[in-house]
Design a protein around this ligand. Sequence first.
Ligand code: SAH
Length: 230
Amino acid sequence: MRIDILSVVPQLLESPFNHSIIKRARAKNIVEIYVHDIREFSASRHKQVDDYQYGGNSGMVLMIQPIYDAILHLKSQREYDSIIYTSPDGELLTQKKSNYLSVQTNIIILCGHYKGIDHRIREHLITEEISIGDYVLSGGELAAAVITDSIVRLLPGAISDETSALSDSFQDDLLAAPVYTRPAEFNGWSVPEILLSGNFKKIEQWQMEQSLIRTAKLRPNLLSDKSADE
Ligand code: SAH
């Protein structure tokens, strides 16, 4: 899979893709991630990328030309399954959406900045708009990092234990069961007995029960949405 990210502040994305699971996935060629500086596509002499907005309101807007040229440049080289714009008014990111994106081959993620981007880009070139939550960030870079991270951990081979991503919260509309590691006793606080029993069938049952209890308590909507799906 290949992910191209377009940004006016590419420095913001130097770290998130260079550590841990994503770093290893890149090293193993499971994913290629490229961060492009939109400024390099600006046709203006001073490499301008933003301008005052029409209508006189305050706040700068990312200009159409550099973004248009950046997207066309990428599209001339390969086909893209999705061209995503990160936006607080987009579709809320869910595990379902990440699963859907993780089986695509090439995607572009466009990060806005300041007041956003010239709306004509959204009308004519963007195929999906994604929000990472009902709050406003200064730029789309952190959202692009969140979207990319949630996709990459789903790619086969990205996580060493293949089943690991499948047992995460939301995969089956249930929250994950609690997890523990050594020591079995710390400060008088002990790990649930059952996990030390070696009886894998019973452990699995316990984990399923815990998932159901936690989902009913913390996110009951997941259980009712599930029955609505069926
Ligand atoms: N004026 C816009 C917000 C601009 S915030 C509005 O009110 O809708 C600047 C940029 O940050 C946006 O263009 C978008 O790319 C990004 N951004 C802000 N909040 C976001 C969120 N919740 N999810 C995804 N991207 C977000």
